[in-house]
Design a protein around this ligand. Structure first.
Ligand SMILES: Cc1cc2nc3c(=O)[nH]c(=O)nc-3n(C[C@H](O)[C@H](O)[C@H](O)COP(=O)(O)OP(=O)(O)OC[C@H]3O[C@@H](n4cnc5c(N)ncnc54)[C@H](O)[C@@H]3O)c2cc1C
Length: 396
């Protein structure tokens, strides 16, 4: 298994489930989404069990780049084209609300997770993308969001020297140590009474009877009133409805030793396929280039793709200041891509005892904290605007 920089080292493991237990709500998957749902429910006094097959944040939530971006995986001009202006604007606004809620949580808990809200930079990799970026920035501003065009001298020299000419800054974006954020959310859920078991995969889920959900694990069973399925790319393994709606897609990443600071905010280029930033210690974290071999970069296996990793190293060396900085970590991670590129949040058709929030399609830190809260609210109050907007029923 590859080790991301964020999990090197990892905190001590929590025990696995041993024996049979009951609870009000069983939350499956302790990534950003499930940890958020568990926190929200435990905070309201519900009896919650949070189970994680691996470690808290052991999968996508601790294997990503730590960007907290606004919007869907499509740039805003494309999102407007696909979804229509009103729907694109509403979904975009949800992602900013998600970010505000993460920021409020970090501040309230005093969580040390290297969170910083200094904006992100989109760079165009071709003349056509330059035009798209300009259009996207205009649309964002027309719809009430912030976007600053940078070209000519306004674009920092480090990017011009690497061959870029046009960029757009989105000042409301940010960055975080992703594993520490998610571990902090899970810890906060436990502090409010949730029972958390790591190394505890749900091997069978029967959520056909509302109010009487049965789940099996290698160490015991869990009986719950409701299950929240927050397993991202593995949704189809537990709820058949998602089997042909969420696809596992692999992403490659690397990180360097601390380097002279040349990047001041998260950057993404080539329609978001390529992304990098320097973390709070100056380490360059870089990922992407999946479009070089999309046919191979699918499935749940944690494997390095040598060709993509080589290309990423080559790209790093476009920046003179980074040529002698060693790469210390290389890893992969699995994203859950939904068939229409949007998260799926709410009731899972055909499974009345379960709700799900899955398929975040490469931009989960832009939605999953709010999605966890939305599931919790659907569980307790019956509805949430995000679950109405992104209901899985749209793909039924
Ligand atoms: C390489 C890479 C880079 C990325 N970069 C970014 C980025 O910079 N910004 C961004 O917004 N998004 C990024 N993403 C996407 C983002 O990481 C995800 O969308 C987000 O973490 C999803 O959170 P989650 O809680 O839904 O899923 P996960 O973090 O995958 O959590 C799901 C959990 O469920 C557990 N699980 C699965 N099956 C079971 C079972 N049967 N029983 C118990 N537990 C189970 C898994 O072990 C896992 O821990 C990236 C993803 C990758 C892979």
């Amino acid at each position: 298994m590859t080790t991301p920089i964020w999990l090197d080292p990892s905190p001590p493991a929590r025990p696995a489930l041993a024996g049979d237990q009951r609870c009000d709500v069983l939350v499956i998957g302790a990534g950003l989404c499930g940890s958020s749902a568990a926190l929200s429910l435990a905070g309201q006094g519900l009896d919650v069990i949070l189970v994680e097959a691996d470690r808290v944040s052991g999968q996508a939530s601790g294997r990503n780049a730590g960007f907290i971006l606004q919007g869907t995986a499509e740039r805003y001009d494309r999102a407007v084209g696909l979804l229509g202006a009103e729907r694109a604007r509403r979904i975009h606004a949800f992602s900013l609300d998600n970010h505000d809620k993460i920021a409020a949580f970090v501040e309230r808990e005093g969580l040390d997770c290297a969170y910083r809200r200094g904006g992100s930079l989109q760079l165009a990799g071709s003349p056509r993308e330059e035009e798209e970026l300009v259009t996207s920035a205009e649309l964002l501003r027309a719809h009430g969001f912030q976007a600053e065009l940078c070209q000519g001298e306004a674009l920092p020299a480090v990017y011009r020297d690497a061959g870029f000419r046009v960029g757009v800054i989105l000042p409301r974006d940010g960055e975080v140590h992703p594993a520490r954020l998610v571990q902090g959310i899970a810890d906060a859920a436990v502090a409010r009474g949730a029972r958390l078991y790591e190394g505890t995969p749900i091997t069978h889920l029967d959520a056909s009877v509302p109010g009487d959900v049965r789940a099996a694990t290698p160490g015991g069973t869990i009986q719950a009133g409701l299950a929240l399925v927050c397993v991202n790319a593995r949704a189809g393994q537990l709820l058949p409805f998602f089997a042909d709606k969420v696809d596992p897609v692999r992403g490659q990443m690397l990180a360097t030793a601390p380097a002279p600071r040349i990047f001041d905010r998260p950057v993404y280029a080539d329609h978001g396929y390529d992304y990098w930033r320097q973390d709070h210690l100056g380490r360059v974290v870089l990922g992407g280039w999946r479009n070089l071999d999309p046919g191979a970069e699918v499935g749940l296996d944690d494997v390095l793709h040598d060709g993509i990793q080589d290309r990423m190293t080559h790209f790093l060396h476009r920046f003179a200041a980074l040529r002698d900085v060693p790469v210390t970590h290389r890893w992969s991670g699995t994203m859950g891509f939904s068939r229409d590129g949007l998260p799926l949040v709410g009731a899972a058709p055909g499974t009345p005892g379960a709700l799900a929030a899955v398929g975040f399609t490469g931009h989960g830190f832009g939605f999953a904290f709010l999605a966890g809260q939305a599931l919790a609210q659907v569980a307790t109050e019956g509805s949430h605007p995000l679950a109405t907007e992104l209901s899985p029923r749209r793909l039924a």
